[in-house]
Design a protein around this ligand. Structure first.
Ligand SMILES: Cc1ncc(COP(=O)(O)O)c(C=O)c1O
Length: 377
């Protein structure tokens, strides 16, 4: 069997931490019960475990536990935030603002609302991938109800100026939704201190299981439910709570945050080794600002090669991606928003380093690119 490719796609998904798997284990079997079944002891124990997990998540994010709504991931959290907030504030206005480089889990709900008659402003970013808060200020209208800007970009890793955006939204009485899928678990993030009213997160981006995430609401912020049914989660999200996944989510976040500074510093050194090594090959340019940026992200364009061939040749050796894992193969809308042509966007690589990445992985990745490059050109 051929050796497995080197996994450098941690922004698409991270392996589940073995300690998280262990923490979840009893809740699949001997502890299994529906947390809504309050009429017997197993159900009550399940409900108690959910509340412990909710409390841990709330503490990690410095929010009241009532603000934590469990969802199936960040896509659902984004949908609940955007559609739910706009529906809850229909009488206040029908205009929302977002940014061209957002994940499709944000852009598509916004476009859906636009089709229903909402006004939508999609702001451009600079060539560095950053939003200028002055542009946002100019886009706000008396009928604006929501601004949605991500914390860290999933393709180019740049960090948006959340505190400035939060302050601006606060001054205008506009709700601020932040897709935190790529930042939560990588660095401490306290939404209330940044003026964030709604924060989306996803477990599989920080060593937790796939299929679980949360929408975190600031006190007093309400959303209209988008899943109707048994009225779980205070009526905000119906559906049986996935007990093992919820336990895993809380365990993963605590573990991810416990060593986040040390991990970030280590991955930054590795990322810089990769960047300098690639740049030394010539004709390879970095996309997006290097600072402020996630330490474990690098996104580069390889000049003078066909994107399709580049990815086909690399695939055997390296697990990297061309853009978002959810972009269905189309050239990245994020890179095009930075001003890259479709061809240059297609000939781009996103490296996402993670907990398991070591120096040998970086050196092997560099060796692969350097070996394949002459033939590709
Ligand atoms: C910024 C961002 N938002 C949303 C998502 C979707 O998250 P999930 O897979 O939990 O639905 C992702 C995952 O790729 C992401 O990176």
């Amino acid at each position: 069997m051929a050796a497995a490719p080197i996994y450098l796609d941690h922004q698409a998904s991270t392996p589940c931490d073995p300690a998280v798997v262990a923490a979840m284990a009893p809740w699949w079997t001997e502890g299994a019960a529906n947390p809504s079944s309050r009429g017997h002891r197993p159900g009550l124990a399940a409900a108690a475990a959910v509340e412990v997990a909710r409390g841990r998540l709330a503490q990690a994010l410095a929010v009241p536990p009532e603000g934590v709504v469990f969802t199936s991931g960040a896509t659902e959290a984004d949908n609940l935030a955007i559609k739910g907030l706009c529906e809850a504030r229909l009488e206040r206005g029908r205009h929302l603002v977002t940014v061209a480089t957002e994940h499709r889990a944000v852009l598509e709900p916004c476009r859906y609302l636009e089709r229903l008659g909402f006004g939508l402003t999609v702001l451009p970013v600079g060539p560095d991938g950053l939003l200028d808060p002055d542009r946002l200020a100019a886009a706000l209208r008396p009928d604006t109800v929501l601004v949605s800007v991500m914390a860290a970009n999933n393709e180019i890793g740049v960090l948006q100026p959340l505190a400035a955006i939060g302050a601006l939204c606060g001054r205008h009485g506009v709700a601020f939704h932040c897709d935190g899928a790529q930042l939560v678990g990588q660095a401490p993030l306290r939404p209330l201190e940044l003026g964030i009213d709604l924060l989306s997160l996803s477990g599989h981006k920080f060593g937790g299981p796939q299929g679980i995430g949360a929408l975190v609401l600031a006190p007093g912020v309400t959303v209209a439910p988008q899943l109707h049914g048994g009225g779980h989660e205070g009526g905000r999200r119906s559906g049986t709570l996935p007990l093992p996944l919820i336990v895993g989510l809380a365990e993963a976040l605590d573990r991810a945050l416990a060593d986040a500074p040390a991990r970030g510093a280590r991955l930054l050194r590795l990322r810089e080794r990769l960047r300098l090594g690639l740049e030394a090959l010539g004709g390879i340019t970095v996309n997006g600002a290097l600072d402020p940026r996630l330490p474990h992200n690098l996104n580069v364009t390889v000049q003078g090669v066909d994107g399709g061939r580049l990815h086909r040749e690399l695939r055997r050796w390296l697990a990297v991606s061309g853009g978002s894992a959810c972009s269905s193969g189309a050239p990245s809308h994020v890179l095009q928003a930075l001003g890259l042509s479709r061809e240059a966007a297609a000939a781009s690589l996103r490296f996402g380093l993670g907990r398991g990445t070591g120096e040998a992985d970086i050196d092997q990745a560099l060796a692969v690119v350097s070996r394949l490059l002459p033939a590709l050109r």
